[in-house]
Design a binder for this molecule. Sequence first.
Ligand SMILES: [Zn+2]
Length: 199
Amino acid sequence: MNHYPKSIIKLIKSFSRLPGIGRKTGERLSLYLLHAPYAEAEALASNILELKAKVKLCSVCFALSDRDKCRICSDPARNRSVICVVENPADMAAIEKSGSYSGLYHILGGALSPMDGIGPDEIRLKELLFRAKSAGIKEIIIATGTDVEGEATASYISDSLKNTGIKITRIASGVPMGGDLQYVDQVTLQRAMEGRHGF
Ligand SMILES: [Zn+2]
C-alpha cells in the first residue's frame, strides 16, 4: 500500500475502519473515487457531513430524525395510546416496513447485558417509564430481541410497569430465537405483531 500517494493511503485507512470493509475493499473504493466524476465524490463527502450535522435523536422516542420530533411522533394519524419498545432504529424500520403497526415507538438504544456492563441506566429505560406514566398510554408492546438480552430487557420492563394498569404485551414468538427483528421477513413480523400476548 505504501506505493500509493499519501492522500490515497489516508482514504483507504478511513474506509477500512468502516464495519464490513477491509483493507482490500477500502483500496478498491478509494481507487474508484479517484477515477469517478468530481461531482460524485463531492456528493459522497457532503452527504456524510450532512448526516453528521443534521441527524439527531427524536426528543420523544429517540428515533433518528432531522427534526426535534420525528415524523412518527408528529403524525396526528398515529395511535398515541400504544408504544412499541424496540432495541434500535433498524428494528423500528423493520416494523414500519411490515405495515402492521400504527402506534408510537420507544427506541432503547440497546438491551440489558450485565456481562457487558449494560445495566438499566445505560439504555433509555428511565425515559420509557416516564413516558409510560404520561396520560393516555394504554398498551406497551415489547418488541426487544428474542435472545437472552432481549428477554431480560422485556422482563425488566414488564416488572417495572406492574401495577400501573397499562397492558403489557410481547410480540409473538414467530420471531426466531435469538433473532434480530431487522432480519425477520415482513409477513412473520406482521404475524408476530398481530399475535402479541400478555406478559
Ligand atoms: Zn419520535
